[in-house]
Design a protein around this ligand. Structure first.
Ligand SMILES: C[S@@+](CC[C@H](N)C(=O)[O-])C[C@H]1O[C@@H](n2cnc3c(N)ncnc32)[C@H](O)[C@@H]1O
Length: 401
């Protein structure tokens, strides 16, 4: 691969979940990215090689960091193949390296993403075979080079995936409950809530503890990717190990040893054990207290704080009477948590209404394939104030992107 000048800035695209674009843009700004521009399910930005390492190591709400490399037009499979074959792939990989291709398209000229992936692999392998009599092989799990092809109409863009394994795989979750939440979504919820680590936080139905653990990692400034075995860029020929070590040491030196007031609670002792175990792997067990109780029996010991709730949706995790369960949540918040704000995520529309409180924010997010709403309830003392809050539907903002 061509040696990139370490100090030269280049374009990158961080992908994320729908609804987390603005939080990711804010994370990038704080980390030092330039030319930040959110788009649907991602944010483009510029930075140098060291920043690419830092983005992979530190971002909490990114799924992958792509580096756009080539652009051309193609309106047929043949044109796609021919143009792919013209790229001097031998600059970027060796014949005994492995590759994987992921493709996404929105184009009348192409039928299946799988076919685009196949054509791309064929072009690369044929080029190598013609030049060397040998061809690279495919490794879908752990390739030397993961290539991302995006086609919109006849515009083809080819990027290299610098992350490798998707970034929500943080490596601290050795065990999960029946309906765990992706780490990136949990981090997004923590950041969207605006929780400040000097105030208490309750993950009231914590399952495997993802929300509480992401909150603790954030509170202690622990880089999100610190427990990973590596990143895609580490197998690129231009990998600068010394530079990565410097970035890594810099990030480690900013870790705080704070004692945030985080409570992870679940009614089920078995899943609570999973949450405890995962928090130990993530080295934040001393930042979280655990309790096994019904959320409906919890009582706050502080006048204000943040509650994050990921209750069962009646999808993967069934409930006898989902509406009365959610009504109980609303009643509990009203009765015992005045002064607190609660962020609740659910995909169940009917249950959402049964809460009986008016949300001050409503954000569309996806938990896996489930379209969800993240609702914010501000529990002012007295019902009058509550009804004066004008609901803000953040979907409007998202659809304008
Ligand atoms: C969707 S899961 C939470 C998943 C979690 N966010 C994670 O990442 O693993 C819902 C959790 O709510 C818990 N739960 C159900 N009813 C509860 C109650 N009344 N009080 C506390 N927890 C409850 C279940 O045991 C389950 O672990």
């Amino acid at each position: 691969m061509e040696k990139t000048e370490n100090t030269a800035d280049f374009e990158m695209k961080a992908t994320t979940l729908f609804g987390l674009e603005e939080v990711l843009a804010t994370e990038l700004l704080k980390l030092g990215a330039k030319n930040i521009e959110p788009f649907k399910r991602g944010v483009s930005f510029t930075g140098d090689l060291g920043f690419m390492y830092k983005a992979n190591l530190c971002l909490r709400t990114a799924l992958k960091i792509l580096v756009p490399k080539f652009k051309f037009t193609a309106s047929s499979d043949k044109e796609l193949y021919d143009n792919m074959k013209l790229i001097d792939w031998e600059k970027y990989m060796k014949v005994d390296d492995t590759l994987a291709v992921d493709a996404v398209h929105n184009s009348e000229f192409f039928n299946h993403s799988l076919y685009i992936e196949q054509k791309t692999k064929d072009a690369i392998c044929d080029r190598f075979r013609e030049k060397t009599d040998a061809r690279p092989s495919v490794d879908l799990i752990n390739p030397t080079l993961r290539i991302y092809v995006h086609i919109y109409k006849d515009e083809v863009s080819v990027s290299f995936d610098s992350s490798g394994t998707i970034l929500y795989k943080r490596n601290y979750r050795e065990d999960i409950n029946d309906a765990p939440m992706k780490e990136v979504l949990a981090a997004g919820m923590v950041l969207l809530s605006g929780w400040q680590p000097h105030l208490p936080l309750i993950d009231g139905m914590c399952g495997s503890g993802t929300l509480a653990i992401e909150a603790a990692l954030y509170a202690n400034n622990i880089p999100a990717g610190i427990f990973r075995e590596g990143f895609g860029f580490m197998s690129w020929p231009d990998y600068d190990e010394k530079l990565y070590d410097t970035i890594y040491e810099g990030a480690i030196s900013k870790i705080k040893n704070s004692t945030p007031n985080i409570l992870a609670n679940d009614i089920d002792n078995k899943v609570l054990d999973i949450a405890k175990h995962n928090s130990t792997v993530a080295k934040v067990d001393d930042s979280i207290s655990f309790s096994c109780a019904s959320f409906f029996d919890l009582m706050p010991d502080k006048p204000m704080g943040t509650i994050l709730l990921n209750p069962p949706y009646d999808e993967r995790m069934k409930l006898d009477d989902i509406k009365s369960f959610y009504k109980q949540i609303g009643d509990k918040l009203k009765k015992d948590f005045s002064g607190w704000s609660c962020w609740l995520i659910t995909s169940n529309e009917a249950a959402m209404h049964a809460i009986g409180l008016r949300p001050s924010r409503r954000i569309t997010l996806f938990n896996g394939s489930l379209e969800c709403r993240l609702l914010k309830f501000e529990m002012y003392a007295g019902t009058k104030k509550l009804h004066k809050i004008k609901p803000v539907d953040d979907n409007l903002d998202n659809s304008q992107k």
